[in-house]
Design a protein around this ligand. Structure first.
Ligand code: URP
Ligand code: ZN
Ligand code: ZN
Ligand code: ZN
Length: 502
């Protein structure tokens, strides 16, 4: 047999264990073929000496926006996926976004496939953003998409061109229940935001900072509780994306305590950035536009601490980047948000970059040091194995075990990383012109990223080594519930009085 590659001397971290006793990883044909000691070498076997460094499964970023219609100056597949592997992410799940006027989603999915094909450095899949869930789409097209490996949808409760009302949300949840797809929800109360925005505008408060004022925690709180209620009624699992506030997170925690299959996601921006960043700098008052995202950055360091607690205590199932930036200068954020010398937050495209910095930022706080906030296993769960399970990639992505794709991140040995790494825009590989983390120091950075047995990022020798067409489309299976009643089928059991109507 013989291995193509053996990774030796590392400390293997999985969702359950830290294996620090010299276990080797044997890789053949892009898959992990065995873990063991004293694996046999042949002359053709490549050896990577991990020198006592941590080895984690390749990152699975289950929430990125690449090449979307509504973000003309954002990342395309080439730049976005390149940025992913530069930061240890080997799988991304992006979006195909239905336009409200479309009564079929198949042409739209086709179009998004074309944008990604042969353009990705990492493996990828799609979620479908449903903005007009007609009966024929739900009955005829969704089963087809599921059979083609698109097994999740995102629904919006806010944004005029995207949002669904409660009856539409209920219908999609009933369909999710019957068909077994995974439902992601952007939970903010749209009418609250509109009311405040109109009144702020009338009072002349249109600077980027007022973006945060216009989307208060109560808007997230109300929508979160509402969608959990609709999910409970229909007995359907959901994942609430990009959660930013404790008051909303508590609803998730309570639901999970009741064994409801309610999942939640948070993102780096809600662990590290506060709304004061929206005020800009002396040099550039408009610079706050770089940190406009929704839900917005919150005001109080206590809000960040609350999100860290949700990370550590298991409330969050996934830690994704929600990478959705627009170029700041020139055609992007600045020009759109600034007209005739007046700043208007309403016109600033929402979203920050983060696909490349996601793993290093969280890894800095994982482990057993004094300032650690989560275990190494929790790091792996949040960044790789749980998103893989939730979105139907179990058995292929998200673990270091025989049969899985050989997607690995090899970090620097601590002996070689005493000073840490300063995050700088000039070292990142995305297509936009800023990072909100400029100047921040992280403790470590991926030394190697390995995609299906091939080194695609080598920080010491050449940087990006992968090829733009190396990433393949992942035909995903149905997701597995990882919060609440685990083991329950996604399209659940009929129990008790609920029998009478579904
Ligand atoms: O501000 C954000 N998050 N924009 C991206 C779109 C979304 O809602 O995820
Ligand atoms: Zn040995
Ligand atoms: Zn969203
Ligand atoms: Zn998003």
């Amino acid at each position: 047999m013989g291995f193509d590659l053996i990774v030796t001397n590392g400390i293997i971290v999985t969702a359950s264990d830290v294996l620090s006793h010299g276990i080797e990883i044997g890789i053949k044909d892009g898959k992990i073929s065995c873990l063991g000691t004293c694996l046999p070498r042949e002359s053709s076997t490549e050896i990577i000496d991990a020198k006592g460094a941590y080895i984690t499964p390749g990152g699975v970023d289950s929430h990125v926006h690449f090449a979307q219609d509504n973000s003309p100056t954002g990342d395309n597949w080439e730049t976005g996926s390149r940025s992913a592997i530069g930061g240890g992410t080997t799988t991304v799940l992006a979006f195909a976004s239905q336009r409200k006027t479309e009564d079929s989603v198949l042409p739209c999915v086709e179009e998004y496939h074309k944008r990604a094909k042969d353009q990705s450095y990492c493996d990828y899949g799609f979620h479908l953003i449903l903005t007009n869930p007609t009966p024929s789409i739900m009955e005829a097209e969704m089963p087809l998409l599921i059979s083609q490996g698109i097994t999740s949808v995102k629904l919006y409760m806010t944004y005029e061109p995207l949002k669904l009302g409660d009856s539409q949300l209920l219908n999609v949840l009933m369909s999710a229940r019957a068909l077994g797809f995974t439902t992601m929800v952007h939970a903010e109360n749209s009418d609250i935001i509109s009311l405040i925005t109109d009144r702020l505008e009338a009072a002349g408060h249109t600077d980027p900072f007022f973006h945060a004022i216009s989307r208060p925690q109560i808007a997230e709180n109300e929508a979160t509780y509402r969608i959990i209620s609709l999910a409970e009624l229909t007995d359907t699992p959901i994942l609430i994306v990009h959660m930013s506030s404790e008051i909303a997170m508590k609803h998730v925690r309570k639901a999970q305590t009741r064994m409801l299959p309610i999942h939640a996601e948070t993102c780096p921006q809600y662990l590290f950035l506060l709304s004061e960043r929206l005020k800009g700098t002396h040099k550039d008052k408009f610079e706050g536009a770089k940190c406009v995202c929704s839900p917005p950055l919150r005001h109080d360091p206590k809000d960040l601490e609350a999100m860290w607690r949700g990370i550590a205590n298991g409330t969050f199932t996934t830690f994704s980047s929600d990478h959705a930036p627009s170029t700041y200068d020139h055609a992007g954020g600045k020009k759109l948000g600034m007209k005739d010398g007046v700043m208007r937050y309403r016109n600033i495209p929402n979203g920050v970059p983060g696909v490349e910095t996601r793993l290093p930022l969280l890894f800095s706080f994982a482990g057993r040091e004094k300032d650690s906030k989560l275990s190494l296993q929790r790091f792996v769960q949040l960044t790789s194995s749980d998103p893989a399970k939730l979105y139907g990639l179990e058995g292929t992505k998200g673990s270091i075990a025989p049969g899985y794709d050989a997607d690995l991140v090899i970090w620097y040995p601590e002996t070689e990383m005493k000073e840490g790494v300063v995050i700088e825009q000039k070292n990142l590989h995305h297509g936009v012109d800023y990072t909100p983390y400029e100047g921040m120091t992280v403790k470590n950075w991926p030394r190697f990223t390995i995609l299906r047995g091939k080194t695609v990022w080598d920080r010491e020798n050449g940087g990006i080594m992968g090829k733009m067409n190396a990433g393949k489309f992942l035909q995903r299976g149905k997701g597995r519930i990882v919060a609440g009643k685990t083991g329950q089928e996604v399209n659940g059991m009929l129990t008790g009085e609920r029998n009478y109507w579904y």
